[in-house]
Design a protein around this ligand. Structure first.
Ligand code: ATP
Ligand code: MG
Length: 341
């Protein structure tokens, strides 16, 4: 079992494998996208590399519920395990108590995917207490309150489920040394501009800094996150969830406790700024959620990108339309823009 993500929302996905006599084949049904269909090749060679046997019969994998679109490569591990359980190489009973997520390399090693925090939260809500995942995702899964079972290789996952191997210990999250973030104390003079930044920080106001070249607009804007209050624990988890889906978390200390600061280049596409695109990733406005979005040289940004900022600025979220409905990402940020006069 695993979970698919709709935006940031985990939805339970049952992975079933069925093996029949017939011409050897491997089919995945259940609205799997391209990356997910490609799981067939990775699973096949992953199983061979783990010195297990890929059944030489008709193998059908069903990802249920069928109406939910399944995206990405995180289904590789649950698919491989379902095939191995259906061919009696992994005990069924053990598998039922676990959720699993991870991409398989062709040599059977596990690779990290985005969104593990939300998947782990889904597993916990469904009453599954253990999540098989790549070691780099273990600290992230632990944030959700599930017990991660870090496995390096498909062979290790199988050995663990057979009761032949104790899982690797979960690496203790390293406390990040506080980034020497840009400090307002470094600014010389500029009493008024500093006061403006402080008022904006206290009141959560958006800000437009204008002035001639070289007067420190960019430098001042970068110093806003440093004077904002730290994130509350719930907010930290929410921000972490967004960055997790975007695949941006550092594996060692995945929890984001500092206010995000995002400064997209003015050539960034509308999709990059507000989110969406084929992978349906959160955009810069969502990555800046509860932090600061700097649009340096506002006038250089493309008009559609600026117009797309209206919804997040007014509502604090973006809804990204797609064929099968829409997903909503939070996007409540403080906007700082600069213009050169
Ligand atoms: N008040 C100040 N105290 C310390 N350093 C400053 C100050 N004002 C400007 N600087 C320094 O001057 C340089 C130019 O500043 P910055 O790039 O922020 O200017 P800008 O207003 O964004 O210019 P442009 O319009 O060309 O983008 C930076 O290296 C910055 O650190
Ligand atoms: Mg500048």
């Amino acid at each position: 079992m695993t979970h698919a993500l709709v935006g940031l929302e985990p939805r339970r996905v049952e992975v079933e494998a069925h093996i029949q006599n017939g011409v050897p084949s491997f089919t995945i049904v259940g609205l799997a996208d391209r990356a997910c269909q490609e799981a067939r090749e990775r699973v096949r060679s992953g199983i061979a590399s783990a010195e297990l046997e890929f059944p030489g019969r008709r193998v059908t994998v069903n990802l249920a519920p069928a109406e939910l679109r399944k995206e990405g490569s995180g289904f590789d591990l649950p698919i491989a395990l379902a095939v191995l359980a259906a061919s009696r190489q992994v005990p069924h009973a053990a598998l039922e108590r676990h959720a699993a997520v991870g991409e398989l390399a062709l040599d059977g090693r596990l690779r990290r995917v985005g969104g593990v925090l939300a998947v782990a939260e889904g597993a916990r809500r469904t009453g599954l207490e253990r999540l098989l995942c790549p070691p780099e995702s273990a600290a992230e899964a632990a944030l959700a309150g599930v017990e991660p079972v870090p496995v390096r290789h498909l062979a290790d996952a199988v050995a663990y489920l057979r009761g032949e191997l104790d899982p690797d210990p979960v690496p203790a999250p390293r406390v990040p040394e506080r980034r020497a973030s840009a400090d307002l104390a470094d600014v010389r003079g500029q009493e008024r501009a500093r006061r403006v930044l402080e008022v904006a920080a206290a009141g959560g106001h958006n800000l437009l800094l204008g002035g001639p070249p070289g007067t420190g607009k960019t430098m001042l804007a970068r110093r806003l996150p440093g004077i904002l209050p730290a994130l509350e624990p719930d907010a930290a988890l929410e921000v972490t969830r967004i960055h997790s889906v975007a695949g941006l978390l550092p594996p060692q200390h995945p929890l984001i406790e500092e206010r995000p600061f995002r400064a997209p280049h003015h050539s960034a596409s509308t999709a990059a700024i507000v989110g969406g695109g084929p992978g349906l990733r959160p955009g810069e406005v969502s990555l800046a959620h509860r932090g600061v979005l700097l649009l340096d040289e506002l006038a250089e940004f493309a008009r559609p990108a600026l117009e797309a900022l209206r919804q997040p600025l007014e509502d604090g979220f973006v809804s990204v339309a797609r064929a099968a409905g829409r997903v909503v990402f939070p996007a409540r940020f403080q906007l700082v823009a600069t213009t050169t006069s």
